[in-house]
Unconditional design. Structure first.
Length: 187
């Protein structure tokens, strides 16, 4: 074989070659590999950037802990607190605590809910007697030491969780306030 066998000097078809293979791909077929290549590069860059940002934020926040709970209460940049409507019709409830000694507790509790939430308001009114019974059962199942002022925040969050999860159907309680939470030893 000589060097001239591979070259088509006559302009005719070479033996064993297809004329369509010589034509350059055009249109979408030529553009698709380039589009896929740039899409893959863009996706890889996006994944890299997100990974770097997440790692950087975790390092700056010391393990990803949110700093929102450590805001300065005197800071002028505090968000406005929402206004709540309060259900106050439970009234004072006096019970004996779980202590073997004679301790009595008098509780007057208010339930805070979103001001424009008429569903919660109507459900609280319709369940007034259930709510009174709940307050009686909840506080009679506690020891006097558990009802100390130091535990008031924990008591409020427990009551909110129980009311939202077990007692109320559609209503959502947002806050609890106590007009009275007195623990007395009875002689």
């Amino acid at each position: 074989m000589s060097d001239n066998d591979d070259i088509d000097l006559d302009g005719g078809d070479a033996i064993g070659t297809d004329s369509s293979a010589k034509k350059k791909a055009s249109g979408l077929g030529a553009l698709l590999p380039n589009i896929l290549k740039f899409a893959a590069i863009g996706l890889g860059a996006l994944i890299f950037i997100v990974t770097v940002v997440v790692i950087t934020v975790n390092i700056l926040n010391k393990g990803g802990k949110s700093k929102s709970s450590t805001l300065d209460p005197d800071s002028p940049y505090q968000a406005t607190r929402p206004e709540y409507a309060y259900y106050t019709m439970i009234g004072p409830v006096t019970i004996r605590t779980k202590d073997p000694a004679n301790y009595s507790a008098t509780v007057q509790m208010n339930i805070g809910y979103d001001a424009n939430d008429n569903i919660t308001q109507s459900e609280l009114v319709s369940r007034q007697y259930e709510l009174r019974d709940f307050v009686r059962r909840y506080f009679s199942g506690k020891y006097a030491a558990e009802l100390a002022p130091d535990n008031e925040t924990r008591i409020k969050s427990e009551i909110i969780q129980i009311l939202n999860d077990r007692i109320l159907d559609k209503a959502k309680v947002r806050t609890i306030t106590f007009d009275k939470l007195d623990i007395m030893e009875v002689y």
